[in-house]
Design a protein around this ligand. Structure first.
Ligand SMILES: Cc1ncc(COP(=O)(O)O)c(C=O)c1O
Length: 395
C-alpha cells in the first residue's frame, strides 16, 4: 500500500475530496511533490505562510530553540524566553490597550479563551456573532459560526448566541446590556472577503461602549500584514478589547493567542484561578518561530507593497469573461466564477497546471488568491497567466 492509500485508510478524513498532493518539501512560495512536480502556493496554507515556506530566519530560530529546550511545563508557570520576547514584540506593535498576550495552540482555542475572558470580565453570558462568520471548529467556536448547515449536526451548542447580518448598522441595537461580547472578523474571510465600511465598524465600537460589552476581533486570517496593514483593524480606526490571532502567528508552527488589556486578562487568574489551562499553549519552538516571522515582516517592510501586489492581481485578471467578480483587500482576494460546479472543475485543472489554492466556506463559487506576502511581480504575472490559461481550458 502506498502512502496515499495509507493516508486515506489511517489518517482521519473530513474532506470529501482531499487534494492528495504528496509534498516532499516546500520553500518560498513553492511546494514540490514526491514526483518532482512544482506547485505555487496561492493560499499560503490558508493564511499561514505569510513570509513563505521555511524562511531561513524561521528555520534558524526553530533550530536554535530546539537545541535549548522544547516543552518544559504547562503554560504560565515558567519564564520562557521565546514567549516573553514574542509577547513583547507583539505588544510593541499594538495599541496600548492590547498589552497582555495569552498564548494558546490554535485559532479555535484563542476564540474559546477570548469568549471565556469576556464572560468572566463582564459577568454576562450572551455572545453576538455574525452570519457567514467562521471562528473555528471546537464547540464554543462552532456555536458562534454563522452557518446553520455546518453547526446543526453538532447541537446542542452554546446557548445565548445572537447572530447579526454583517455590515447592517440598523441591527446594532440588538447588542444590549445582556451582551458579554461581540465576536467579529473585521474583514469576513470565509464569506468571500467582505470588507465592511469604516462607519459601520466605528458604529459597532460605539455600540459596544454604550452597553459595556467587549469587542473581540478575530484576526486569525487577516493579521500579520495580509490585508496591507499589520492588523486589519487599522483600516477602520477601531481598536478591539480583545484581539485573536493564530495562523501566521507561528511562522508555520502551531500557535494562537488572545490579547487584551492586563486588567481584563487578570480576571483569568482569580475565582477560579487557572481560568484557562493549556499544556502546549505558547510552545517555545512556536513562539521562537513566530517572533522570527514577525521580525521578517517588519524588518523587510513586507507590508509596504501588499496593496500594490493585490491590485496587480485584480487589474490583470479583471475583465476575463469567465470571471464574474474579483475583489479583495491587500493579498486576500476572492475570485467569483460562474458556478460552484464550474469552480470545482477549474480547481482540479488549476492543480494540474501547478497552482494550489482553496475555496471559501461560504462563497462556494469563488476561489482565493492569498499568496505569501513575499511574492514578486514576476511571480504574480506567472500566476495570472496560469489562471487565465486554466479558465480558457475549462469549459
Ligand atoms: C477567521 C478564523 N478564525 C478562527 C479560525 C480557527 O483557527 P484554527 O483552525 O487554528 O483553530 C480560522 C481558521 O480557518 C479562521 O479563519
Amino acid at each position: 500500500m502506498n502512502e496515499r492509500e495509507l493516508f486515506l485508510r489511517h489518517v482521519g478524513q473530513t474532506s470529501r475530496k482531499p487534494l492528495l498532493l504528496h509534498i516532499d518539501r516546500a520553500e518560498n512560495i513553492y511546494l514540490y511533490d514526491k514526483e518532482g512536480r512544482r506547485f505555487i502556493d496561492l493560499c499560503s496554507g490558508v493564511s499561514v505562510s505569510n513570509i513563505g515556506h521555511r524562511h531561513p530566519a524561521v528555520t534558524k530560530a526553530v533550530n536554535n530553540q530546539v537545541e535549548r529546550y522544547m516543552h518544559l511545563m504547562v503554560y504560565g508557570e515558567f519564564v520562557e524566553s521565546p514567549q516573553v520576547q514574542y509577547a513583547r514584540l507583539l505588544v510593541e506593535n499594538l495599541p496600548s490597550g492590547l498589552n497582555t498576550v495569552y498564548f494558546v495552540n490554535s485559532g479555535s482555542e484563542a476564540i474559546e479563551g477570548a469568549m471565556k475572558l469576556a464572560k468572566r470580565y463582564t459577568g454576562r453570558y450572551e455572545i453576538v456573532s455574525f452570519w457567514n462568520a467562521y471562528h473555528g471548529s471546537t464547540h464554543g467556536a462552532l456555536s458562534i459560526m454563522g452557518d446553520l448547515d455546518f453547526t446543526r449536526a453538532f447541537r446542542p451548542l452554546l446557548p445565548h448566541i445572537r447572530r447579526l447580518d454583517f455590515g447592517v448598522e440598523e441591527q446594532l441595537g440588538q447588542i444590549t446590556r445582556r451582551t458579554a461580547a461581540v465576536v467579529v472578523e473585521p474583514i469576513q474571510a470565509e464569506a468571500g472577503v467582505l470588507v465592511p465600511g469604516k462607519e459601520y465598524m466605528q458604529a459597532l465600537r460605539k455600540r459596544c461602549d454604550q452597553v459595556g460589552c467587549l469587542l473581540i476581533f478575530d484576526e486569525v486570517q487577516t493579521g500579520f500584514g495580509r490585508t496591507g496593514t499589520l492588523w486589519a483593524f487599522e483600516h477602520f480606526g477601531v481598536v478591539p478589547d480583545i484581539l485573536v490571532i493564530a495562523k501566521a502567528a507561528g511562522g508555520g508552527m502551531p500557535l494562537g493567542a488572545f490579547i487584551s488589556d492586563k486588567k481584563i486578562m487578570d480576571t483569568l487568574t482569580y475565582r477560579p484561578a487557572l481560568g484557562h489551562i493549556t499544556t502546549f499553549g505558547g510552545h517555545p519552538v512556536s513562539c521562537a518561530a513566530g517572533k522570527a516571522a514577525l521580525e521578517v515582516i517588519l524588518n523587510e517592510k513586507l507590508i509596504d507593497s501588499v496593496q500594490d501586489k493585490g491590485r496587480k492581481f485584480i487589474d490583470l485578471l479583471a475583465g476575463h469573461p469567465k470571471i464574474k467578480d474579483i475583489h479583495g483587500i491587500g493579498l486576500l482576494i476572492s475570485v467569483q466564477l460562474e458556478s460552484e460546479h464550474y469552480l470545482s472543475r477549474f480547481m482540479d485543472k488549476l492543480v494540474d497546471n501547478g497552482l494550489v489554492t482553496d475555496v471559501f466556506l461560504f462563497a462556494r463559487d469563488s476561489f482565493r488568491i492569498g499568496p505569501p506576502l513575499i511574492i514578486t511581480d514576476e511571480q504574480i504575472e506567472e500566476i495570472v497567466n496560469i489562471i487565465r490559461r486554466t479558465l480558457d481550458e475549462v469549459d
